[in-house]
Every structure is written in structure tokens, then in C-alpha cells.
Design a protein around this ligand. Structure first.
Ligand code: DQA
Length: 143
């Protein structure tokens, strides 16, 4: 099973700054992840929370739930959360960081990711397709 976790404000996708994040809704994004998993015969479970601690709890529980990989868009916590970084560093399940937008082409405060260094890899700026790529990578790597 692959867990897809979306962090704060990503519930507003489609309505939120569409010129930056596009018109796809969270439901569209989650459907794309389910489809990518199904094509490879791997179950995908999608969740979203606006709460840092909830994201951390899901990361801690990932292995026990049977997740072989996590796709994580930490939203604004990417740039601020030592706790989220520590949670990723503390689990054995590989995590891929995904951002819809190219954070390096945006404000300076978005250029630094506190989680990037403890993730398997990062996919930036490819919109919903970035999630598909991350799911496919984890699905293939985990068989
Ligand atoms: C984001 C980029 C972050 O800087 C921002 O705070 C978000 C979304 C992205 O997917 O492009 O909430 O993670």
C-alpha cells in the first residue's frame, strides 16, 4: 500500500490560487493517484490534513498500516517544520516529497525545504503529474 499525504491548504485545490496550483481539485489529484496505483496493482490510500501533528501521526503509523512508501506534500510545513523532518527521518518507510508548483521559481522563503534531505527524492513543479510519478516510482520499487 502507498500512502499519499497532503498537508495544509491542499483541501482548497482548484479554488486556491489557480494560476499557481492549477484547476485540479484534491479529489481529482487523489483519483490520479488511485489510477496510477491501480495500473501497477498497488493500493493507494489518500489523506489530507491541515494539522502538523496529524501528518506526523500518519507518518509514524505508515509501516504498521502496511505502507511501503509515502508520497508527501507538506504544503507550507515544508519550509518550517523540524518536527515533520524528524518524523520522516525516524521511520523506515521511504517518503517522496511532492510539490505542485516549482517552489524554486517562487518566493525566497519557499526555496528551503526542511524535509528534502530526509526524503528519498523530491518532485517539483509538475502539478498532479508529479504525484503520479512518485506513486509509480514507489509502486515499482516496492514491487
Ligand atoms: C506547495 C508549495 C508550498 O510552498 C505551499 O506552501 C503549498 C503548496 C506546492 O504543492 O506547490 O501549500 O507545497
Amino acid at each position: 500500500m502507498i500512502l499519499v499525504l497532503n498537508g495544509p491548504n491542499l483541501n482548497l485545490l482548484g479554488r486556491r490560487e489557480p494560476e499557481v496550483y492549477g484547476r485540479a481539485t484534491l479529489a481529482d489529484l487523489e483519483r490520479a493517484c488511485h489510477d496510477a496505483g491501480r495500473e501497477l496493482g498497488v493500493e493507494v490510500v489518500c489523506r489530507q490534513s491541515n494539522h502538523e501533528g496529524q501528518l506526523i501521526d500518519w507518518l509514524h503509523g505508515a509501516a504498521a498500516e502496511g505502507a511501503t512508501g509515502v508520497v508527501l506534500n507538506p504544503g507550507g510545513y515544508t519550509h518550517t517544520s523540524v518536527a515533520l523532518r524528524d518524523a520522516i527521518a525516524g521511520i523506515a518507510v521511504p517518503v517522496i516529497e511532492v510539490h505542485l508548483s516549482n517552489v524554486h521559481a517562487r518566493e525566497r522563503f519557499r526555496h528551503r525545504s526542511l524535509v528534502a534531505g530526509v526524503c528519498l527524492g523530491s518532485v517539483l513543479g509538475l502539478g498532479v503529474d508529479g504525484y503520479r510519478l512518485a506513486v509509480r516510482h514507489l509502486a515499482t520499487a516496492s514491487g
